[in-house]
Design a protein around this ligand. Structure first.
Ligand SMILES: [Zn+2]
Ligand SMILES: [Zn+2]
Length: 392
């Protein structure tokens, strides 16, 4: 792969960093060791400044180039792991049972560290590069916290860029997209309260299990019958809990689910549909439904100008044939969306596939592909050098 030669030289070193991070995964907002490793490495590389404390474990390294330009860009990686029991069998598998780097954030952190090492060493750019190591991408919106805690005020920058590895794309290839690239996410929680009774005496109670069944079925009609067919949307109930045994009708049933969309109007329609159907159906059966529809992550929307710059950098590293347009956005969520809502920028996919049977991210047998470490690090470094060119 045509990576930056100097970065290729520390491929082995980066592989060691990645596997060490993989062995010591930490959940969202608990990335104490990871944050410490990042800080120690940035210090060792000789970055100009290290900013800590944003979103608890967040770290920003400031690298100033040669020259007097006031321009600046941000490069962002995420650091957190997932509550999954690892099944890779790798010699460097998680030593923190029940926690696993199953989304490749170990690789993301390592690639940005690799770029930081190269950029600190070479300074072949004019301006400032902020390397942003963000906690809690999964569920707890570390990206939002960093923005709220003043990331862009403390680190004034013109554009911000993000990247995710993608095991279903060939290793070392890139996919770009203008506009929406990842979906907006809401968590749904519905509690149905009926009246518990003996399973053989249903007429003395109000059965929340039957009501829950009607609600689950009716929720399927929101996307099918109220959303314009060419728009994207999903409502999924992923968990139902109610009752304990054969012959008791319980008092309550609790359901958890997720909703996804791109267009904010569709989000409103999904929320309205979930609330209306759940409360209306429960009421019509003489029970009550409490509905929580919590909008967690907005859609991740790429700016076309920033995307063409990202695409140019990716092409310089991977070659034209390996930089392809992403045909469709994905329904996954991403909290880089909060940074893109506050700052012009773009989020690109980097392929990490080894063959046909690559486990998808969030799978217990997924493992970041170390072969692409220098590709990602070269992409970051190239982006910095292209966007902040030296004047001399
Ligand atoms: Zn993930
Ligand atoms: Zn991820």
């Amino acid at each position: 792969m045509p990576v930056i030669n100097r970065i290729g030289e520390f491929h082995r070193e980066m592989t060691e960093w990645r596997q060490d991070l993989h062995a010591h995964p930490e959940l969202a907002l608990q990335e104490i060791r990871t944050s410490g490793v990042v800080q120690a490495k940035l210090k060792e590389f000789g970055v100009d400044e290290i900013i800590t404390g944003m979103a608890r474990t967040g770290v920003v390294g400031v690298i100033r180039g040669n020259g007097t330009s006031g321009r600046a860009i941000g490069l962002r990686a995420d650091m957190d792991a997932l509550p999954i029991v690892e099944e890779t069998g790798a010699p460097y598998a998680s030593q923190n049972h029940g926690v696993m780097h199953a989304c490749g954030h170990d690789g993301h952190t390592t690639m940005l560290l690799g770029a930081a090492k190269y950029l600190s060493e070479t300074r072949n750019f004019d301006g400032t590069v902020f390397v942003i190591f963000q906690p809690a991408e999964e569920n707890l919106a570390g990206g939002d916290i960093m923005v709220k805690e003043g990331l862009f005020e403390r680190c004034p920058m013109d554009m911000v860029f993000g990247l995710h590895n993608w095991p279903q794309m060939p290793a070392g290839s890139f996919a770009w997209r203008n506009g929406p690239v990842m979906a907006a996410v809401a968590n749904i929680e519905i509690t149905i309260t009926g009246k518990g009774t003996h399973g053989a005496q249903p007429h003395f109670g109000t059965d929340p299990i039957v009501i829950a069944s009607h609600i689950v079925t009716a929720l399927q009609t929101i996307v099918a019958r109220t959303i314009e067919p060419v728009e994207g949307g999903v409502v999924t109930i992923g968990h139902i809990n109610g009752g304990h045994t054969y012959n008791v009708i319980p008092e309550t049933v609790r359901m958890l689910g997720t909703a996804r969309w791109f267009d904010a109007r569709v989000g409103d329609q999904l929320e309205d549909g979930v609330r209306r159907l759940a409360t209306g159906i429960a009421e019509s059966f003489g029970a009550k439904a409490d509905v929580m529809f919590s909008r967690d992550y907005p859609a991740t929307v790429n700016d076309p100008d920033a995307t063409s710059l990202a695409r140019r950098a990716a092409t310089a590293v991977a070659g034209e044939a390996r930089v392809v347009p992403m045909q469709k956005p994905t329904m996954g969520g991403e909290d880089f969306s909060f940074m893109l809502n506050a700052k012009q920028g773009s989020y690109i996919m980097l392929g990490g596939g080894r063959g046909k049977d690559d486990a998808m991210v969030h799978h217990p047998r997924y493992d970041f592909n170390d072969e692409i470490l220098p590709v990602g690090a070269s992409y970051w470094a190239t982006l910095a050098e292209q966007l902040l060119p030296r004047q001399d």
